[in-house]
Write a protein that binds this ligand. Structure first.
Ligand code: HEM
Length: 308
C-alpha cells in the first residue's frame, strides 16, 4: 500500500529497513532516548547510544527517498499505484500553496510514519500472542478447536469467519489488552487554555493520555492483571465490546491503521494457530514483563512450533 510492491523476505534492503525501524523504536524509548527528550541541549554534546537514533533516521529517510525517486521515473498521475503516487499528485495540485504541507520532505516523513507505525505494532502484538498462548496452553487448545470447527484445515481463514469465532476474537482482544503495546499513547500539547476533568491546563502543557490506566482499570475489568478472554465474552459465549478496550487510543487522533491492524491480527493469528501449536522450550520460564521502548515489546524468546 505504501511503496506499491511486496518486498521479498530475503530482500536485503527490506531487512535493513526492518532492523533500523526496530532499533530506532527501542532506542527512542530507552533511558537514553528519554534523557535526550528531557535534556536535549546537554545530551546533544554527550556520547551515547542516543546519537544512533539520528544516524538511523537519516538512513531510513534515504531509503524512502530512493523509493520516491524510483516512483517519479514512471509516475502516471492518472493511475496512482500507491500512497507515494497519490501524495505526488497532491504535491502537484498544491504547488502554488506552500502552506498546504504537500512537499517531498513531508511525503518522506508521512511514508516513514505509516511504515513505522504499521509494521512494528502488528508484529509486536503477534509476538505477545505467541507468548500468551504458550503460557496458557488450555486457551490455545480452545482457540484451535474453534478454528477447526469453523474453518477446518483445508482452507485459509477469511474475515467473514470472525463473526463465527467469538472465543478467538475475545482471545485476540485480551492479548491486545494485556500486551498494552503503546502504554503511554502518543503525546499531545494543549493548543489553548483548557479545563479537563476539573484540572486547568494552560496552553502549551504537554499531555500523556496514558492507555494503561484504562486497559488495567480495576473498576472495569474483572481480573485486570490476569489474562482472561472472559473479559470479552457474555454468559452465552458471545463476543462483547468493552469501552475501556483502547489499544488504538480514541478521538480525532485514534490510530488510522486500526481496521487494517484488526484484520491483519485476526488473519495472521488464526492462520498461525490453524497450522501450528506452540510450547515453551523445556526448562525456560516465559517472561511476560516485556521491555519498554516506544512500544512495550516482549523480551526475545525461543519457541517450539509443531505442525498440527
Ligand atoms: C496492533 C496494531 C496497532 C496498534 C495497537 C496501534 C496503536 C496506535 C496508537 C495507540 C496510536 C496513537 C493514537 C493517538 O495519538 O491517540 C497510533 C497512531 C498511529 N498509527 Fe497505529 N496502531 C497499530 C497499527 C497500525 C497500522 C497497521 C498502521 C498503518 C498502516 C498504523 C498507523 C498509525 C499512524 C500513522 C499513527 C499516527 C497518527 C498521528 O500521528 O496522530 N497503526 N497507533
Amino acid at each position: 500500500m505504501v511503496f506499491g510492491h511486496r518486498f521479498d523476505y530475503s530482500d536485503q534492503d527490506f531487512q535493513m529497513l526492518l532492523k533500523l525501524l526496530s532499533e530506532t523504536i527501542q532506542l527512542d524509548g530507552s533511558i537514553w532516548g528519554q534523557l535526550y527528550e528531557a535534556f536535549p541541549t546537554v545530551m546533544r554534546f554527550l556520547p551515547g547510544p542516543h546519537n544512533e537514533i539520528f544516524r538511523q533516521y537519516k538512513e531510513l529517510c534515504a531509503f524512502v527517498r530512493g523509493e520516491l525517486e524510483k516512483h517519479k521515473e514512471d509516475w502516471d498521475p492518472s493511475v496512482p499505484r500507491d500512497y507515494i503516487d497519490s501524495f505526488l499528485a497532491e504535491i502537484e495540485h498544491n504547488k502554488h500553496d506552500p502552506e498546504a504541507g504537500f512537499d517531498e520532505v513531508n511525503l518522506i516523513m508521512c511514508t516513514l510514519d505509516l511504515f513505522l507505525a504499521g509494521t512494528e505494532t502488528t508484529s509486536t502484538t503477534l509476538r505477545w500472542a505467541l507468548l500468551y498462548m504458550m503460557k496458557y496452553p488450555g486457551i490455545q487448545e480452545k482457540v484451535q478447536a474453534e478454528i477447526d470447527r469453523v474453518i477446518g484445515q483445508s482452507r485459509q481463514p477469511a474475515m467473514a469467519d470472525r463473526a463465527n469465532m467469538p472465543y478467538t476474537d475475545a482471545v485476540i482482544h485480551e492479548i491486545q489488552r494485556m500486551g498494552n503495546i503503546v502504554p503511554m499513547n502518543l503525546p499531545r500539547i494543549a493548543s489553548k487554555d483548557t479545563t479537563l476533568g476539573g484540572h486547568f491546563l494552560p496552553k502549551g502543557t504537554p499531555i500523556l493520555p496514558i492507555l494503561t490506566s484504562v486497559m488495567f482499570d480495576k473498576t472495569v475489568w474483572q481480573t485486570p492483571d490476569t489474562f482472561n478472554p472472559g473479559h470479552f465474552l457474555d454468559s452465552d459465549g458471545k463476543f462483547v465490546r468493552q469501552d475501556a478496550f483502547m489499544p488504538f487510543s480514541a478521538g480525532k487522533r485514534v490510530c488510522p491503521g486500526e481496521l487494517l491492524a484488526k484484520m491483519e491480527l485476526f488473519l495472521f493469528f488464526v492462520f498461525i494457530f490453524q497450522k501450528f501449536s506452540f510450547s515453551p522450550v523445556q526448562g525456560v520460564e516465559l517472561n511476560l514483563e516485556g521491555q519498554i521502548g516506544t512500544t512495550l515489546t516482549p523480551v526475545p524468546f525461543k519457541i517450539c512450533a509443531s505442525l498440527r
